[in-house]
Design a protein. Structure first.
Length: 226
């Protein structure tokens, strides 16, 4: 059976959500941060010691995009991906890869700069903040014209993207008030029954209501860890 190793409060939430959307059988194993980074139980599974990690027979696989594609095509009959013949195939590819190629690195850079207490007037800080703001404007414009990122059909591109605008705000509590289309999108996405099942199974202690609103939430995770 497929086993999903989920580091709680992390981007591996994508893989639990994906399995719930596909309604496939899987075993969920939860791991807790120690105190902030991966525990030894995750490090023992894969050389880079980062979640998500999936196991399927003799296979152990990391990287959320790789895990998502593997599950979709090996266990999901290609569902939640768009075929090359689909009219929105290029949009699907773009937004699927935008999630970890552009959006998540942009959020992570700002989280690191904020964590290092870099002066917001610093030129580097301002450059990367401007870049992140531009990413959000790009997303907001897309979501003003389309229900989901690849079009009117919910796909894995959405599953890949939502983490950076929800759970990641536990680490970097940025403000989304100026992006109404993103906020509406997050309401739609997190209201899906499969997302709710993931949340109940994988991260029941996350206060989701604070992560899908506009104002910057309290820095919850780092505050708890000191």
């Amino acid at each position: 059976m497929l086993t999903v190793h989920h580091l709680q409060v992390s981007q591996s939430d994508r893989i639990v959500w994906l399995c719930e959307e596909l309604e496939i059988p899987y075993e969920l194993k939860l791991h807790q941060r120690d105190p902030l980074l991966s525990p030894q139980s995750i490090k023992d599974l894969h050389p880079i010691g980062a979640a998500p990690i999936i196991q399927d027979g003799d296979l152990t696989l990391a990287e959320s995009a790789a895990c998502a594609e593997y599950i979709i095509h090996k266990h999901g009959d290609g569902r939640l991906a768009l075929a090359p013949s689909h009219k929105n195939y290029a949009a699907y590819l773009y937004w699927f890869h935008f999630a970890n190629g552009t959006l998540q690195p942009g959020v992570s850079r700002m989280a690191a700069l904020r964590g290092a207490k870099v002066d917001p007037t610093n030129q580097v800080y301002k450059i990367y903040q401007d870049k992140l703001d531009n990413y959000f404007r790009h997303l907001d414009e897309r979501l003003g014209a389309s229900t989901w990122l690849a079009g009117e059909e919910f796909t894995a591109a959405d599953i890949m993207s939502v983490f950076s605008m929800t759970t990641m705000r536990e680490f970097f509590p940025y403000d989304l008030s100026g992006f109404p289309n993103i906020l509406s999108y997050l309401q739609r996405a997190t209201s899906r029954p499969a997302y709710q099942r993931y949340h109940k199974k994988g991260d029941p202690n996350i206060d989701l209501s604070k992560l899908i609103g506009g104002p910057a939430p309290e820095r919850m995770l780092t505050a708890k860890l000191g």
